[in-house]
Design a protein around this ligand. Structure first.
Ligand code: SF4
Length: 344
């Protein structure tokens, strides 16, 4: 079990539900645009949001943003400890910074002292693309060992100033390296882990890499919070994260199963399933719903489904747990299924 952190009232680690994070791509200095984007992310299901803090103006904007949103706010800082201190003073709920990169012991001490006084946890976020040169040379490139050694080096710096309110990430754009690094880290520490595959790309490939790299670890019981990184509207990251959590069995919601169709399929099943998926996207019932392509094999193959339909030529069946409930014309199948789901 990992250590439990408190990020602005949201539990992180120690058995708390795995949280969904995303990151704004607005200019943080533009408070109105950033708040607007965070509201969209909140509505989509984002539970912790991060903004970049590259300037003192952005650090000062943290308080105004924080006042207008209702989920915890994380300030992402590189190199400049003064920005971390300002963001923490201004109400950031967590800071992401790598203490080895902020210019020496005095700066680390100052950040640790401010964050301790303000009860602000720190995420150490190691990325394959920005590993220390010595570690790259020692390990012969971006390896799981190198990522973990870097993260633990940063941890030691904070621990020296008695700071232990830490979570860790060791992201790589290479999925197998990413997974190996997190597995190693989970063996070596009990700090909560923030999962992600960095620079995962556009949604078409990025979602697959994230489903493997993040979802695979979640299935092994590793990970306390996650961000899916996509080159897209960040709202897409939240939708992908929700699907990954659902597939890993960590979130409630409809489990929609549907057969791949084959030569036995005699109705227009693909658009029906797409429509059903849209209509069920906000349904949080913990049920399995099936859409099958033929009446011969469908009800039997989907016997585990709480409710389902199987189409034939011009007509189809509504079934539950493998038992046929009703037979009806094909154009009534979708409505009958939705009514049955409503009743559950
Ligand atoms: Fe083919 Fe029927 Fe199986 Fe679907 S359920 S793949 S239509 S045999």
């Amino acid at each position: 079990m990992t250590k439990r952190l408190n990020v602005g009232g949201v539990g992180l680690g120690g058995g708390a539900a795995v949280t969904i994070q995303s990151m704004c791509n607005t200019k943080t200095e533009d408070v109105a645009a950033t708040v607007h984007q965070i509201h969209r992310l909140e509505e989509a299901g984002c539970e912790i949001v991060r903004v970049t803090v590259p300037t003192m103006e952005a650090a000062k904007a943290v308080s105004a943003i924080r006042e207008q949103i209702s989920i915890p706010l994380v300030a992402d800082i590189h190199f400049d400890h003064r920005l971390a201190i300002e963001a923490a003073e201004r109400g950031a709920d967590k800071i992401r910074i790598n203490p080895g990169n902020i210019g020496g012991e005095a700066n680390v001490k100052a950040v640790a002292e401010t964050c301790r006084r303000k009860n602000v946890p720190i995420r150490i976020g190691v990325n394959g693309g920005s590993l220390e040169k010595e570690l790259l040379a020692k390990h012969g490139g971006v390896t799981a060992e190198a990522l973990v050694e870097s993260a633990l080096g940063h941890v030691a710096l904070l621990n020296r100033y008695d700071f232990d309110d830490i979570c860790l990430s060791v992201k790589s754009s290479n999925v197998p390296v990413n997974m190996a690094a997190y597995r190693l880290l989970a063996e070596r520490t009990d700090y909560p882990l923030h999962l992600g595959v960095t620079e995962a790309g556009t949604p078409s490939m990025g979602v697959i890499k994230s489903a493997m790299g993040i979802g695979g670890l979640l299935c092994l019981g590793i990970g306390d919070t996650l961000r899916v990184s996509l080159t897209a509207d960040p709202v897409e990251e939240v939708y992908a994260a929700k699907k990954i959590l659902k597939a890993a069995g960590l979130r409630k919601g409809v489990n929609l199963i549907s057969c791949p169709t084959c030569g036995r399929t005699q109705y227009d099943m693909i658009p029906l399933v797409e429509e059903l998926e849209k209509r069920l996207s906000d349904c949080d019932k913990d049920i399995t719903v099936a859409v099958m392509g033929c009446v011969v094999n469908g009800p039997g193959e989907a016997s585990a489904a709480d409710v389902g339909i199987a189409g034939g030529k011009g007509e189809g069946l509504l079934f539950s747990k493998g038992k046929i409930l009703r037979r009806m014309p094909e154009d009534q199948l979708l409505d009958a299924l939705l009514e049955e789901i409503d009743r559950l």
